[in-house]
Design a protein around this ligand. Structure first.
Ligand code: IMP
Ligand code: MG
Length: 172
């Protein structure tokens, strides 16, 4: 395993993003919506750096990869979605890879009549997008390698690691 982003770098960048969001969403009905499971650590740290009042919620998305590193069938679950009518929604995910997860979620959330929807991801993987939009905010741009840690998993392992690492081809 190779270490790509250290905890202190994550903390600095998340703090800066939190400050930026605090200005952007000042006096607005913000709901920060985390995409389970990968966004848990990022979301927990980010909301503590957003100094304006806001609500938190979660939705679920998974692409059933298991031991594969490429996405399979995409499933989204809205069971836990709080009321977002008239609210400014910021969707938080761990990584923007092909972009299909966020594309699908934004489309699905639109039906609940939020006032606005923006997206923020921890990682933006280079040269992988298959959709026509970019996330509104991202913390780190990374090369096209398979990463784990700080919420990201390989076959459900490694999510708890406080840093972001990449797995070598022989490890996956
Ligand atoms: P997308 O729909 O292709 O943008 O993929 C987004 C989802 O795929 C993320 O929320 C992750 O769960 C997963 N994913 C994509 N790339 C990686 C990676 O390098 N490591 C771990 N999970 C990944
Ligand atoms: Mg995920």
């Amino acid at each position: 395993m190779q270490r790509l982003v250290e905890p202190a770098e994550i903390q600095n960048r998340v703090r800066t993003l939190g400050q930026q969001l605090s200005q952007t969403y000042h006096d607005q009905p913000l709901t920060v919506l985390g995409v389970l499971t990968g966004s848990m650590l990022f979301m927990a740290d980010l909301v503590r750096e957003i100094t304006v009042p806001h609500r938190m919620g979660v939705v679920h998305a998974s692409s059933y990869r298991g031991k594969s590193t490429v996405g399979g069938e995409l499933r989204v679950g809205m069971d836990l979605l709080p009321d977002i009518r008239g609210r400014d929604v910021l969707v938080i995910d761990d990584i923007f890879d092909t972009g299909r997860t966020l594309e699908r979620l934004v489309q699905a959330l639109d039906a609940y009549h939020p006032r606005s929807i923006k997206t923020a991801v921890l990682l933006l993987k280079e040269g992988r997008s298959m959709v026509s939009f970019n996330p509104d905010y991202f913390c780190f741009r990374i090369p096209d390698v398979f990463v784990i840690g700080y919420g990201l998993d390989y076959n459900d392992d490694y999510r708890h690691l406080p840093f972001i690492g990449s797995l070598e081809p022989h490890e996956i």
